[in-house]
Design a protein. Structure first.
Ligand SMILES: Cc1cc2nc3c(=O)[nH]c(=O)nc-3n(C[C@H](O)[C@H](O)[C@H](O)COP(=O)(O)O)c2cc1C
Length: 130
C-alpha cells in the first residue's frame, strides 16, 4: 500500500472513476493520506462524486508517471471520525483553505478490498492487494 501511495503522490494527479447510474464519471483528484494503515482520499459531500460513491462505492483510480501507470480498484468506505479528517488535512495543508475537520462538508474515505496493478510497456503487470 505504501508503494501505491508513493506512486500516486509522485504522479501528482490521479483520475478517480465512479459509477453514476449506468455511466462512468472520471475526474482529477490529488489529496491522499495513509491513516491507520489505510489509503484515504478526500472530497466534499456537496460534490456529485461524493453522492455517486454513497450510492455505489466501487471506484477505480488511474495515474501515470515516468513511463508506468497504475490502476487501483476497490470500494471506498467513508470514515466520519474527526481524527481521520484532521490527519488528511495535516497531510495536505493546502486543503485547509477550503475544508476543516469540523465542517459539514469534508469527507474522507479509505480503500477497502483494493487491487492495484502497476503496468508499463516493458514489464509484465504486477498486482498487489491491500
Ligand atoms: C489537480 C486536481 C486535483 C484535485 N483533487 C481533488 C481531490 O483530491 N478531491 C476533490 O474532491 N476534488 C479534487 N479536485 C477537484 C475535482 O476534480 C472537481 O471538483 C470535480 O468536478 C469533482 O467531480 P464531480 O464534478 O463529479 O463531483 C481536483 C482538481 C484538480 C484539477
Amino acid at each position: 500500500m505504501q508503494e501505491v501511495y508513493e506512486f500516486l503522490k509522485k504522479s501528482g494527479v490521479f483520475y478517480l472513476a465512479t459509477v453514476d447510474g449506468d455511466k462512468p464519471r472520471v475526474r482529477p483528484f490529488g489529496a491522499l493520506n495513509i491513516f491507520e494503515d489505510k489509503l484515504y482520499l478526500q472530497t466534499g459531500k456537496v460534490k456529485a462524486v461524493s453522492k455517486q460513491i454513497e450510492v455505489n462505492p466501487n471506484v477505480e483510480v488511474c495515474a501515470f508517471s515516468e513511463g508506468k501507470w497504475i490502476r487501483v480498484s476497490g470500494t471506498l468506505v467513508r470514515d466520519d471520525r474527526r481524527e481521520a479528517k484532521e490527519s488528511m488535512l495535516d497531510a495536505n495543508p493546502e486543503l485547509k483553505g477550503m475544508y476543516s475537520a469540523d465542517d459539514d462538508n469534508t469527507e474522507v474515505l479509505y480503500f477497502d478490498k483494493a487491487k492495484a496493478t502497476f503496468s508499463s510497456f516493458t514489464e509484465p503487470p504486477r498486482t498487489i492487494e491491500f
